[in-house]
Design a protein. Sequence first.
Lengths: 455, 231
Amino acid sequence: MNSVQRFFRRYILSMIGIIFLFLGINIALFFAVMVIGSMSGSGTSLSVRDLSDGVVWQDGAWTADSAALSILRKNDAWAMLLDENGNVVWQQDLPEDLPRSYTSADIASFSRWYLDSYPVKIWAREDGSLMVAGLQPRTLVKFYYSLEWPYIEVMAGGIAAVFLCNLFLIIFLILRNTRKVEKALTPILQGIQDLSRGKPRHLEEQGELAEISRGLNRAADYMSRKDNTRAEWIRGVSHDIRTPLSIVLGYASELEENDVLPQEARKQAGIIRLESEKMKRLIDDLNLTTKLEYALQPVQVKNVDLAETGRLAAGEALNSGLPQQYEIAFSEARPGRSLPFSGDSSLLLRMLDNLIRNSVIHNPQGCRIILSAGEEDGYYLYTVSDDGIGLSPALLAALNQGQDISSTRNCGGKSEHGLGLKLVRQIVRAHQGKIQFSDTVPHGLTVKVFLPIKS
Amino acid sequence: MADYRILLADDDRGLLEMLLSIFRRAGYHDLLTASSGLEALRLWREEQPDLVVLDVMMPGMDGFSVLREIRRASRVPVLMLTARGEAEDRIEGLENGADDYLPKPFLPKELLLRAGAILSRAYPERKEQVALAGSTVDMANAEVWKNGERISLTAKELQLFEKLYENAGRIVTTGALCETICGEFWQGYETTLSTHIRHLREKIEENPSRPVSLVTVKGIGYRLNLKEAAS
């Protein structure tokens, strides 16, 4: 899963989390409101039962004790006691406009609703009379529900269904919208990633984000143009230098081989020739590394026998007339057996040549260089090892960490253009291979190049 | 050295002078120079050279166009020189019928080696006799003279010898020698090659068990040493 997909997965999960958090908070708030509401009333609601207990028949008349009167006062309420015939037999603060006698129908009506506009509470006493307490209008709301049982069932199921439907609809819409955004953004994010890796690609300029795609395309074009300009510039300079360098090389070689000239002059011509050859390599390396860097030269894959490529590289190194202090040998893990590989033979040859030359340049005192070809752990393996002075542990570690160190040559030595190892690494990468640097025992440098057998 | 007429074409005067100098020192004396594509084409028509050394980038008519014109009427060997040094150039040159391709900058040795190889391939009848430490090889007649005795070379031995002679003094890999005989798919031919080499040695070496002319470079290939080098 790449980072873009990961981002959208996290986005979806966080959205679903937000929905559940939202629901949880709402339920909590609902209960909080309920509690606060219940606490915001008078605090001591009128208890008609307590009131009724305080009204008793005493000395031939109905009287209310002080507790009952206190309840009424506190609630700014009035009260009346109706006998079995509906006549008021006792009252306290009963408004004047209310009747003093009630029919059964009146009682049935106000017991549920209001007596005129007064909300009332009633209590049926054991002695058969009815205590009625009335509150001031707009102090109590009375509801009366009467629902049939099947309706209640449908209601309860319906509410649950509506709730779940809403939940699923919200999740579905979030997923759908996220998918749409993902579809629109993925190519753009991928384009940005590619751009950051130096591999610009053209995006389709359509939809609401066309402007962003257009901007990225402009950036990619600009980058490609810049790269091409740089590559063209390098190509142009190297092209212009090739003919003059051919003349320098040609005449220097002529002078070096001219028997008529004094020995010293021939030696100097030899130095000019040698330095010109280094310049030739520099130009070749520069061109090749630029092409590989900007992917201007696709690898020309053909069937290659890596053993023969190794022989060719060793042969070329010997043919190039290395000084006597260098010895080059080629060995095969299984002689006579070919190592078939799909790769670019000229690039592979160049890679081995650069590794051999690295050993040569690194060891001016001379060394024995062994190039070998074989197989190891599902890879073809080229090993270039020398018994020279080797490398410092720090430099070895840096090379193995993939740092682009151009040459293993120590600074302060003779001129070395320093593209050799960069080029080797580029060629190995172009063939999906890997490279390892290590010490040769007892001293020297060993470079192992692994190339995948199934390439 | 057989005297070949060589046409050298390059728009750079300095390089042309140097090419003249290189070929003269190597023993070629019948040399023509052209500093443009059109002039090269005119000289080729009028003088019928044995080899054309052609620069790719020339004003007016470039090297590829000249090559195409030449190839309409002739199979004269052509060696292309280019300052571009790109693989596409190489492919285009070879596709258009160039015999070889040499990117600038080049070493004089490299140029002479390639020119010599092209000439010996193109004009087998003019092949010279090659003097070795213990014998002389007459490539035109496919025979070896050793101690006053004439020994014939088989076709494969001659092919091998020609390849080694084209690269005299340089190592030729086992694969390259096998390819000379079998073509692209040479794998598995190495054992037969060593038999051919043994037979060739028996014919050209004074002491085949201690070869001095056709030497083995262990693990890599073989090298042919000419008389002055072998001694």
